[in-house]
Design a protein around this ligand. Sequence first.
Ligand SMILES: *Cc1c(COP(=O)(O)O)cnc(C)c1O
Length: 377
Amino acid sequence: MKKIQMVDLKGQYEAIKEIVNASVIDVIESTAFINGPKVHEFQKNLENYLGVKHVIPCANGTDALQIAMMGLGLKPGDEVITSDFTFAATVEVIALLGLTPVLVDVEPDTFNIDIEAIKKAITPNTKAIVPVHLFGQCANMDAIMEIANTHNLFVIEDNAQAIGATYTSSNGSKQKAGTIGHVASTSFFPSKNLGCYGDGGAIFTNDDDLAHMIRGIVNHGMYRRYYHDVVGVNSRLDSIQATILNTKLQHLDTYNKVRQNAARKYNEAFKNEENIITPFINESQSTHVFHQYTLKVKNVDRDALAQFLNDNEIPCGVYYPVPLHLQEAYKNSRHNEDDFAVTNQLIKEVISLPMHTELDDEQIAFITSKVIEFVNG
Ligand SMILES: *Cc1c(COP(=O)(O)O)cnc(C)c1O
């Protein structure tokens, strides 16, 4: 059996190696390293793929979130509601901009932001909601957009984990994840579903004025050369990453299908295990592109299971082991422990198994047999 990896980037690279290597050499030969034609080409390709009017490439997914918030003109003191159960980048940029992060609980089945908890957290200072499409499945965007319309709030989708997922509204219309809110961010970190070979990110929006604003912000607040109308940042996707992403974008739907297939095989193996809860897919609402394949385990010591898997050379991950409201950097007296019952439970039960495009049946059989052996042991 091939050695099992949490994310196998090598196997995926081997399959596109000739094209990728040639395209990288082309960029080097062209010396158009920054803002070259490849970046523009990728921007257009991603706009077409997503069905969104504007894609603004930038340096990474954390910058993308920050720049989206800067573009919306959020000001210190504005409250931004987001999920307690996500990667820290989401709350980090809110705090960095001097905005007030308001963390709320998630749904126990999808792990996405809880609608009632959002409603409860709204105050006259609330300005935005940041749903995170966690592990590859969209949050309940119909309900979130309705709350936003009622209270005049911005919605910033953190789409770092769900690129390529499709959301179905209650009226039946289908949209790609990251094209529903006022603005969205994504990451091309190598292990993401659409990963480059370094750092990268992008902002999406259908709003022409906001897109214009953001194009200036990513470039030092410049709308005319050497005239700085707003305080900006320097955040660029470089041409080498863009040319790699152009190749990989053509395979994104296939990559996501391969992930879904692996998830189906995991589910099948676990279907009779009452202490292993496989990922819930709210199919009428969103496809799931399995950035992570995350189980909840019951009546078993999750950390001991993780150790057992590691002892058997099966990598696994706990995303996330500490809720954001308990992190030293983000503790805040406004947060009430009783409001985080779901997250506080999830952090003890979740475990993510290897998930990537190169998993084979033999590996899945070995992984699932070891999980079942421990859970029933
Ligand atoms: C990866 C990730 C980010 C940050 O992306 P980087 O490119 O690493 O900056 C933000 N939010 C979520 C939910 C992520 O998973």
